[in-house]
Structure formats: C-alpha cells, structure tokens
Design a protein around this ligand. Structure first.
Ligand code: FAD
Length: 470
C-alpha cells in the first residue's frame, strides 16, 4: 500500500497534523498502535488529569467554605472512586469518539499497527488488526513522525510491583491509598498530589532539587509550595533522593537520602513522576537519515524537517517543552510545509500551565531563563491581595508579573500564579506574539472586577501609574 503522507502516531501532534494536511487536500494515513486516537494527552495525560483535578478543586473549595466562610455541608466528602473513575473515562470516550468522526469526515485512513522504518520511505506494520494492508508494509512520499513520549522510570525503581505506578497508573485510580509517596516535584507529580490529597490520601512528595517545580520562577512557586505543605501536612521532602524501593508484604519500603531526611518509611503506593523520554527506540530510525540528539530527541529545523528529506518530526519526540499545544502547533507547521506553504515555528511564546491549586502559568521568557541567557529585563509584579475580585474570591495569594525589555518597553515574558492562571495567560501569549509594548496592555480596558485586570495593573506598576480601583 502507498500513501502520499503517513503520520506515525495519533496523539495531539499526529492527529492535528493529519487533519490539517487533509484540509489542505492531501491524502493522509495515520498509523497508530492503540485502538483509539488521542495519544498521551487524551488517553492518559492532559484530559483525564484535568477531569480529576476538577473534582479535587470542588472538594477543596467546599472545605474552604466549611472552615472559613460559614457554609457547612456536614462531614468530609465521601468519594466513590468507581464513579469518579467512570466520569473521567466517559470524558475520554466522548472526545476519542469525536476524533474518530473527524478523521472519517476528512477521509483520513487509520491503520491500527505498530510502525517502524525499513528505510526512508517504507514502514513495517506490526499487529493483527484488519486495517493492516497485505504484506504488512506501507510506502510514502512524506512521513510525519509523532510518536510522543513515555514515562521515564529508572531501572532501580522498576521493581515489578503494581504498587509502584507511573502517571498512567495513577490516573487509572486503582484505589484511594492511605499513604502515597510521589517521587518528583514536577508538574505531573504535583497535579496528582492535588487529586489524591483531596480524596483523603496522606501524600508525601520527595524532590531531589531544593524546591518544588525547580524549572519555574521561585516567586510563582511560593504560594503553591505553601498550599502543598498544608495539603501534605508538612510531608514535603525537598533536597532529598530516593535510594531504593522494596516490596514488603502489601507495602513499598522506601529509603530516603538527604541532609534533612534520612532513613526509611513504608507506603501503600508510590508514584514515580521524574520525567518523560521521547519514543525513538525500536522505530528503525537507524534505517533513515534522522538524527537523534544527546537528550534523545529527533532533531528538526524550524519547519519540523528532520535530516531525512522524507521525514518530519513533531511533538514530544521532537524536543521540549513536552506539551500538547506545542505538539499541535508543530503538527500544523509540518502539514502546511508539506502542502507547499512557507510556514515555520518561532518558539517565542509557548505557554506552560501547572494545573494545581493554585495554578501557575507562564509564557515567553521566565526570569530563570532570562538570567541564564543574560537577557536584560525589568520585572513588575501585581499582588492579587490588591485585586477586588481576588479578595471576593478569597484567592489573595496570587501574583501577576510582566517581564519587559527596558529599552523598547516590549513585553517579553509573563508569569501568573493563582486560580485561573491557565486561562489568564492567553492574553500574555497574544501580547508577546504581537510584539506589544507595555502601554498596549495598560491602554486596553479590562473588565471590572476580574482577575484579568491584574495584567493591566502590573503594567501600570511598570509606568508608576497604578490606580487600585477595587
Ligand atoms: P503523544 O500524545 O504521546 O502521542 C504519541 C502517539 O504515538 C501515541 O498514541 C502512541 O501510541 C503512538 N505511537 C508511538 N509509537 C508508535 C509506533 N511505533 N507505531 C504506531 N504508533 C505509535 N500537556 C499539556 O499541554 N497540558 C497538560 O495539561 C498536560 N498534562 C499532562 C498530564 C500527564 C499526566 C501527562 C503524562 C502528560 C501531560 N501533558 C500535558 C503532556 C502531553 O500529554 C504531551 O505533550 C502530548 O500528548 C504530546 O503529544 P504527541 O502527539 O507528541 O505524542
């Protein structure tokens, strides 16, 4: 079988690329090893985690009502884990079903098989699904590689126990453990911490770096770290390494090595969330001209072309940040380039959101990155304690800040911590993409009373004209 364009992998990078290419009039085939399209994001990432985090947020809001605001619904919530799991699975089923319809409407062929390269224009297809063509090979003119990433589990933690989970295991909600250890204080670990702690699990989090979310700006992490410390009742072990995991009866014994925390403790379950690795092994990439860099990513240019003229690469397999919207955007670029358009990806404002409570979001340059790169910037922050809406909502620990080029007054970065930060950051993405100057933000009327005003207020602080109107 021959298909002019083959997309290997049906995640948010792959299916977006396939749909956009079909919209450009190209004949497209997706090769996906799973039974459904959607990839990590839809099946075991962004969407299931947000479905669970929404439940967690309602529980914590009700708890706040009870403790501080004089509305008491009675006892602590009684969580029916089967129902929570069923709702999350229904959300996934609705969305994956929709993807199947969208593929059909565009005449995109879907082959359910594991694909690997025999050479630069031929894939071997393995599996037993009826969609696999006779002979088990598929030739193409162009291929978009979109095989994504999988959790990285070091061999020392891979002890063959189902009590040691990765993010996929944690999202499947096997039960509500009494004691859970989360290894890794990155965004995936902290999102799952919010979920399990709100269900009543005693969570401990251990992070090798000296603070949670080591890649994010410290002032944004501070309010979240405070909230997490409360949720975990102090069981936040930073600057601490996990030495070993051993299954002892129905529990996992963990040894800790760190200046402050040394010794061992038993847990019902352990979630290992210390990072993800791009899927390049077993793909036969050595039979192509693709180059893999020292971090395991397939090297591409700004048009998503690899070193092999027949192969493009997008999404998690093609480099950081490993985020769904970055994968989708790269999919768009690859599809448009293959369709003959002069598209390219200038990565100036990829937003990142940590969907914890409170949320953290940033776009453009962070202070951490600006300092590393020696970029001159001026930073102006607006504390949410001065926002009427934040006071009304009881979320005064938030902060909105802009990074500005002091010479041109252009906005070059934005960071927000607080409820809804993930929605608020979209304005900053647009501003940075459009090359806005700080006055463009302050001259734009923001609705009152909203949290979006804090973006305007932080700009006013920059000009020394802040007018606190509550
Ligand atoms: P993937 O989604 O990983 O899809 C790759 C597809 O390729 C898979 O379906 C796989 O089965 C298929 N495949 C692999 N090898 C083969 C082969 N040889 N043959 C055939 N098929 C193959 N990102 C966000 O932006 N926001 C979030 O809130 C967010 N939350 C997350 C929460 C969790 C718990 C996790 C784990 C991830 C989260 N992410 C989030 C990251 C996001 O899921 C990924 O960045 C995104 O899915 C990457 O898309 P992709 O298309 O590159 O790859």
């Amino acid at each position: 079988m021959h298909s002019p364009l083959v997309v290997l992998g049906g995640g948010p990078g792959g299916y977006a690329a396939a749909f956009l290419a079909a919209d450009e009039g190209l004949e497209v085939t997706i090769v996906e090893s799973e039974t459904r399209l959607g990839g990590t994001c839809l099946l075991r990432g962004c969407i299931p985690s947000k479905a669970l985090l929404h439940v967690a947020k309602i529980i914590s809001d009700v708890e706040e009502l009870r403790q501080d605001w004089g509305v008491d619904y009675g006892e602590r919530p009684n969580v029916s884990i089967d129902k929570v799991r069923a709702r999350k699975d229904q959300v996934i089923a609705t969305l994956t079903g929709g993807l199947g319809q969208l593929a059909k409407r565009r005449n995109v062929t879907i082959i359910q098989a594991r694909g690997s390269f025999i050479d630069s224009t031929t894939l071997r297809l393995e599996g037993d699904h009826e969609s696999i063509p006779e002979g088990g090979t598929l030739t193409f003119d162009q291929c978009i590689l979109a095989t994504g990433s999988v959790p990285a589990i070091p061999p020392a933690f891979d002890i063959g126990s189902d009590r040691v989970m990765d993010s996929t295991g944690a999202l499947s909600l096997p039960d509500i453990p009494e004691k859970l250890l989360i290894v890794g204080g990155g965004y995936i670990g902290l999102e799952m911490l919010n979920v399990y702690a709100s269900f009543g699990t005693k969570v401990t989090v251990v992070e090798m770096a000296d603070r949670l979310l080591p890649g994010a700006d410290a002032d944004l992490v501070k309010p979240l770290a405070k909230r997490i410390d409360k949720l975990c009742e102090g069981r936040v072990l930073v600057g601490t390494k996990v030495g070993s995991l051993t299954e002892v009866d129905d529990r996992i014994e963990v040894t800790f090595e760190g200046p402050k925390h040394f010794g061992h403790e038993q847990f019902d379950r352990v979630l290992v969330s210390i990072g993800r690795r791009p899927v390049t092994r077993g793909l036969g990439l050595e039979n192509t001209k693709c180059i893999i860099n020292e971090r395991g990513f397939v090297v591409t240019d700004t048009q998503q072309r690899t070193a092999d003229p027949h192969i493009f690469a997008i999404g998690d397999v093609a480099g950081d940040p490993m985020l769904a919207h970055k994968a989708t955007h790269e999919g768009r670029v690859a599809a448009e380039v293959i369709a003959g358009k002069a598209s390219a990806f200038d990565k100036v404002a990829i937003p990142a959101v940590v969907f914890t409570d409170p949320e953290i979001a940033w776009a453009g340059l962070t202070e951490t990155d600006a300092k590393k790169a020696g970029v001159e910037y001026q930073v102006e922050a607006y504390p949410w304690a001065a926002s009427g809406r934040a006071q009304a909502l009881g979320i005064t620990d938030g902060l909105t800040k802009w990074l500005v080029d002091p010479e041109t007054h252009r906005v070059i970065g934005c960071g927000i911590v607080g409820t809804g930060a993930g929605e608020l950051i979209a304005e900053a993405v647009l501003a940075i993409e459009m090359g806005c100057e700080m006055h463009d933000i302050t001259d734009s009327i923001h609705p009152h009373p909203t949290l979006s005003e804090t973006l305007m207020n932080a700009g006013e602080v920059y000009f020394g004209t802040a007018t606190e109107i509550f």
